[in-house]
Design a protein around this ligand. Structure first.
Ligand SMILES: C[S@@+](CC[C@H](N)C(=O)[O-])C[C@H]1O[C@@H](n2cnc3c(N)ncnc32)[C@H](O)[C@@H]1O
Length: 272
């Protein structure tokens, strides 16, 4: 029953992007309002290292977030961010921005999210010198032209109403020569459209990778922790929905990644 409901909801989201944008906003607002635990600071599916990729060295207190951070790190490691100005669009609960600031050392980092509740939580839990969070819409950014050296966007764009509008905004706020570090998932039948949207943005595609195997392995490795967190923190009434959201092994989304109906992709682009 619950998986039928999830499939129906995802279908509706595919057909009506405005409905997807609004319902996801409610969901993120409610989660930030009612689940305040500061140890829950990421909301992505994670990235496991395969084929001999080099393991980033983390403090022991950050090990719990290794898989989720690695989804950021595999992008951030492609360019030199030290002392640069970096914007994250869709910063969620702030763990990604906080660890990027700590390990990749941009001079300034701003996280933006359309959930005002998440932004408040982030400023309280992660705000510090050189790292702040603001409320705003990815499709209408509240920044001047050519403000940032780089923009990072992790597992957020699937919520947007218009990818073209979003890419126009990214290009606007990037300085010439600036980089756009992008990763997210799409249905396999949407991949050509995504490639066209990125090409039409007139930023240059420097690198492209299908990271679906890394994400599936991360979900496998993280399954027990995700299940335990949900039993511990989420009321029984919502546990099924959260297992779907978390991508545990029985979930629709996990199966779609495993059979490649859903593809997780990452791109490095550069503004000329
Ligand atoms: C799956 S979460 C990922 C959060 C974070 N990047 C991470 O990896 O933990 C997606 C985030 O994108 C944000 N988001 C979705 N649509 C947005 C929009 N139009 N403008 C700004 N943020 C948006 C949501 O509020 C949510 O925090």
């Amino acid at each position: 029953m619950s998986s039928l409901f999830v499939k129906f909801y995802l279908k509706l989201c595919g057909v009506i992007p405005g409905f997807r944008k609004i319902t996801r906003k409610w969901m993120y607002q409610l989660m930030a309002r009612f689940i305040k635990q500061d140890q829950w600071s990421f909301m992505n599916y994670g990235y496991a290292l395969i084929n001999g990729e080099v393991k980033p060295i983390l403090d022991s207190s950050d090990e719990v977030n290794r898989l989720s951070f690695q989804l950021y790190h595999h992008l951030a490691n492609e360019i030199k961010l030290e002392d640069k100005s970096l914007l994250e669009i869709g910063s969620g609960r702030g763990g990604g921005a906080s660890m990027i600031k700590k390990y990749h050392k941009p001079g300034t980092m701003v996280g933006l999210d359309y959930s005002g509740n998440a932004v408040k939580l982030c400023n309280k839990n992660h705000g510090r010198d050189g790292l702040s969070f603001v409320e705003g819409d990815a499709e209408n950014l509240p920044f001047n032209y050519e403000t940032f050296d780089a923009v990072i966007n992790v597992e957020s764009s699937h919520c947007y109403e218009s990818m073209n509008r979003f890419l126009g905004e990214v290009k606007k706020v990037l300085k010439p020569g600036g980089h756009f570090l992008f990763t997210d998932f799409r249905y396999s039948y949407e991949m050509d459209e995504l490639e066209k949207q990125l090409t039409d943005s007139e930023m240059i595609i420097m690198k492209k990778r299908d990271i679906t195997p890394n994400v599936v392995q991360a979900l496998d490795e993280d399954h027990d922790r995700r299940m335990a967190d949900i039993s511990k923190s989420i009321p029984k009434l919502f546990a099924n929905q959260f297992r779907e959201f978390a991508g545990v092994k029985e979930s629709v989304v996990y199966k779609q990644f495993a059979n490649r109906e859903l593809i997780y992709i990452s791109y490095i682009l550069q503004k000329q």
